[in-house]
Design a protein around this ligand. Structure first.
Ligand SMILES: C[S@@+](CC[C@H](N)C(=O)[O-])C[C@H]1O[C@@H](n2cnc3c(N)ncnc32)[C@H](O)[C@@H]1O
Length: 258
């Protein structure tokens, strides 16, 4: 994805969600990114961290979700692609490009919310740990990890942040979970969390069965592999819970007996 080229072919330029004045006015937005749009309030100043092609900022300003977005990336090449896309689509509103690692390009008090999407859970956590988010003045985090959404949820809750909403989307048989997180003015981190507090959320489990079931089935099949491969030790990728206990929790949510 870091090597994306400007989206200029006609198929990709079909809109993902309407309504649009002109069908070709925006690049296609992947469902996992489109899921984040609904949470952005018009009054927010937003920074998209790891923007790459700049699709999310383009949709945010062009569709009036907000007026001003800082599109940040630690690599110059993706920012060049974002620049080309902005020049190509010329959205109303302003998108400012900034080069830098994680939240480093942001000044204190400059934005209300950040989006971080399409990265692994470890990268997202590392970015969030590297700055004092209160000092930055951040009130909301809109996160979509490509890996281990349950561990990202655990990290969020362990900071004393508030999970306000989540979405689940499927794209080409891959499931993605997005998280809307509020940073309270005084966060009180819990001393400990039980797996049932973070493996799933009420928001995730509230999704319709036709989406939730295949998600849980896919999780189950992955956990079956983990249990077969690592019957003694929990795999390092899960860390906080043995795979058989996680598997049991998934089975319970599927309404199946062991
Ligand atoms: C996989 S792409 C995701 C792009 C877009 N957010 C999406 O969801 O489609 C990851 C992008 O994040 C950038 N990136 C990775 N680590 C970063 C960091 N620590 N700070 C800023 N940008 C980063 C990469 O250069 C790349 O452009």
């Amino acid at each position: 994805m870091g090597k994306a080229s400007p989206l200029v072919n006609s198929q990709q330029r079909k809109p993902f969600l309407g309504p649009f004045k002109d069908e070709t006015s925006l690049p296609l937005l992947k469902p996992r990114l489109a899921g984040l749009l609904r949470w952005v309030q018009p009054s927010w100043r937003v920074a998209d961290i790891g923007t790459d092609h700049g699709h999310l900022p383009l949709h945010l300003v062009a569709r009036g979700h907000t007026q001003h977005v800082l599109a940040c990336d630690k690599n110059a090449a993706p920012l060049g692609v974002a620049r080309e896309n902005i020049d190509l689509y010329k959205p109303e509103g302003s998108i400012e490009l900034r080069l830098g690692d994680g939240l480093a390009p942001l000044q204190d008090g400059e934005v209300d919310a950040i989006t971080i999407a399409g990265m692994g859970r470890n990268s997202i956590e590392r970015i969030l740990r590297a700055r004092d988010l209160h000092r930055l003045g951040l009130r909301y985090l809109l996160l979509q990890s490509n890996t281990q959404e349950e561990l990202l949820r655990r990290f969020i809750l362990m900071q004393g942040w508030i999970l306000r909403d989540e979405y689940l989307v499927e794209d080409h048989r891959i499931f993605y979970v997005g998280h809307l997180v509020e940073i309270p003015s005084q966060a009180t981190p819990p001393t400990t969390l039980a797996p049932e507090d973070w493996l799933f959320s009420e928001f995730l489990l509230g999704h319709p069965d036709e989406l939730l079931r295949p998600f849980l089935e896919q999780k189950l099949s992955w956990l079956d592999d983990q249990c077969r491969l690592k019957s003694e030790d929990p795999p390092p990728s899960l860390g906080w819970i043995p795979p058989h206990a996680y598997r049991q929790a998934v089975l319970e949510h599927l309404g199946r007996s062991l």
